[in-house]
Design a protein around this ligand. Structure first.
Ligand SMILES: Nc1nc2c(c(=O)[nH]1)N[C@H]1C(S)=C(S)[C@@H](COP(=O)(O)O)O[C@H]1N2
Ligand SMILES: [Mo]
Length: 203
């Protein structure tokens, strides 16, 4: 039995309909969604850096070559956008957050993580959520470097949350004792963003 037509389409496409969170529909394409413009970078990424700071013993700044040279993993992840499209089996390659977390020696008071992206975009998640299996600093999708629209050179992917928590054009992770609402959260999106609970909006 299907709850609705959207689940029926998932089944017809050869997937388990239970993979579709409530109120979502499956798309085979990968839509592009963001506020503002796609940032431009020099092709050699000179001057680009990635920082981890805040409630850590060893704040970290990496150049592109340093970050790109770290061991990477590939995970297969379903993506759920709050605007109701879901994409299954995205193959995402990048540096596991857990490796970075160990390196900076995250402190006991680091309860929240704020992803900082270009042009002031931010997204907040509990730090424990970044520790969840599969949280990646992503450089490649489906075997190719990220395209500029999808966040090249680096984006965060936070499994288990609506996709707005997965900041494109990532430049830093700040670890904090207290939470701070991110870009979309300040516009009324739900702080927790669990697609299985349909936590789309805060009110
Ligand atoms: N820097 C930045 N990252 C962002 C956004 C944004 O506006 N700026 N939008 C978010 C939203 S709402 C979604 S659904 C996803 C879309 O990612 P995609 O364009 O790769 O599908 O990016 C997220 N990350
Ligand atoms: Mo979104």
């Amino acid at each position: 039995m299907f709850r609705n037509k959207a689940e029926r389409k998932v089944q017809d496409a050869g997937y388990d309909p239970a993979r579709l969170p409530p109120g979502q529909y499956l798309t085979e394409k990968w839509p592009v969604l963001h506020a503002g413009d796609v940032p431009s970078y020099p092709s050699d990424l000179a001057g680009w850096d990635f920082r981890v700071y805040g409630e850590v013993d060893e704040p970290l700044t990496l150049t592109w070559d340093e970050l790109d040279g770290l061991p990477k993993e590939t995970v297969t992840q379903d993506i759920h956008c709050v605007t109701r499209w879901s994409r299954f089996d995205a193959e995402l390659t990048g540096v596991p957050w857990s490796a970075i977390r160990e390196r900076v020696r995250q402190g006991p008071s680091a309860h929240y993580a704020i992803a900082h992206a270009e042009a002031g975009y931010t997204a907040n998640v509990p730090a424990s959520f970044l520790d969840a299996e599969g949280a990646l600093l992503v450089t490649h999708a489906d075997g190719e470097p990220l395209t500029p629209e999808h966040g090249w050179p680096l984006r965060l992917v936070v499994p288990g949350k609506y996709f707005w928590k997965s900041a494109k054009w990532l430049r830093a992770i700040e670890l904090r004792a207290t939470d701070a609402p991110g870009f979309w959260e300040r516009y009324g999106y739900h702080n927790d963003a669990d697609p299985w609970k349909e936590q789309r909006y805060a009110f």
